[in-house]
Design a protein around this ligand. Sequence first.
Ligand SMILES: Nc1nc2c(c(=O)[nH]1)N[C@H]1C(S)=C(S)[C@@H](COP(=O)(O)O)O[C@H]1N2
Ligand SMILES: [Mo]
Length: 536
Amino acid sequence: MHPTSKSQSLRYAVSGLLAALTGMAVGHLVAAFVNPAASPVLSVGSTVIDATPTPVKEWAVQNFGNADKPILLGSVGLVTALAAMVIGLVARKRPSAAGVLVVLLAGLAGLAAMLRPTAGPVDILPAFAAAVVGAAVLFGLLRLLGSGTTTAAERSTDSGRASGSSPTPESPLDHSAQAPGVPSTTGRRNFLLGAAGATVGAAAVGALGQKLAAAPTLPSSVALPAPQNTAAALPAGLETKVKGISAFSTPIKEFYRVDTALVIPRIDVQTWELEITGDVDKPYTLTFDELIKMPMIEKHITLNCVSNEVGGPYISSTLWQGVLVKDLLERAGVKSGVDQILSESTDGMTISTPIEALTDDREAMIAVAMNGEPLPARHGFPARMVTPGLYGFVGATKWVTKLTATTYAKDEAYWTKRDWLIDGTVKTQARIDTPRGLATYKPGKIAIGGVAWAQRRGIKEVEVRVDDGPWQKATLGPDGGTDYWRQWYWEWDAKSGRHDLTVRATDGTGEVQTEKRADPFPGGASGYHSIVVLVS
Ligand SMILES: Nc1nc2c(c(=O)[nH]1)N[C@H]1C(S)=C(S)[C@@H](COP(=O)(O)O)O[C@H]1N2
Ligand SMILES: [Mo]
């Protein structure tokens, strides 16, 4: 191919790319007003998440951790960019076909947005805006590409400038060097200006959309009342004594986050409502003000994710404040035969929780505060469920708006449809936080420490083993209650060499955690946490 023609192809590909970028950016901005989740790139991303088979999703969570979403969105962006560049190339020969393809591409995003479980009619608007702007930018750039087609006079100045040779206007050689439809300097400059403008515009508009979609907090006019039933303050944890051990109370900024939401739902407390319905005598709805006027309790609870690998990071602990689910259900009068409460959130999540877990003495709650502060948006603002003893996927609905008394036979929750178990009882586990696996340490005294948990049962004992040696009893940290994790440590006199360190916990009933390894899917990981350290 002729080099000039090659760079001309590049300009067409760039036109397609910029059309898609500006379209997506404008769609993102429009979505900030109608529904942030309806942003073209986000709704396509969410559709991909929901359509991904469970094993692939597990693999992504294990391998990418918290980077799984940026990587997913990056991939969606990359595929879109490639498609857009192809559309740009098509536009060189068939501009109207390219226009149709831009509209189709935006249409796919619109379809994804409309098929989201919580989609409303306005959710089509971002994709519509993306189609209009995308097509406009494409045709705008095409015009610039076509507009400055070389005139003889311009060509002469062109070649003169480029080569520094004396101008030879109308030379046949000069003429043949110019491919048909190739823009002059003016045309190229106009195209570059247009492209730069589209790039800057897309970036500015996208950033504005991102800012407008930012998560809300409790307005200063709404003050959380103190709980009637306060929890005793936690004793100081071991973290000051054992370097590298998880803090007894997880700093809220470090609290793990697991959910399917690509944009954190923005909920206005003034319009938020909690509906209690289903097989109940008196269904009712509460505003946020009415909810927090009910008696509230406080409780130290450890929350963990069923997707956590043995030794994994998806576990955190804090003080929660909220209204007992039991009180909320009592007021509605749950009919006999009900075996689950199906909770729903603004982002379309559905979670089944066994009715006993919500009504027995474990104090499951609709929480409105963590560690004395209103829930951060990413942890469920303004209200979420917390059920001690159950993994989050069956008891910790964030951004909750509806509780339906029903049966497992009648209603199936999001994860159940994806073959995760209905029984989400937390398994007894222990984790080594320090020393770090595969790190090298000097011989001598090394504190081995970490956390152990068995919510509802509590931790009675933690033991550590070095290589094939005997199980050594670890010292336990303070007791934060049966629903709270327990810190532990054991001082090791490390000798040179490569060593395996293994930990196991015994729960409050005297049962030692199982050694049998299980993957997180479908009901939570099991097995002993073991690391290798090098001493030299
Ligand atoms: N609305 C909603 N709630 C949700 C989820 C979700 O995807 N959407 N994920 C659940 C899962 S799997 C877990 S482990 C916990 C995690 O809560 P956190 O992010 O506050 O730690 O939230 C639960 N609640
Ligand atoms: Mo989870």
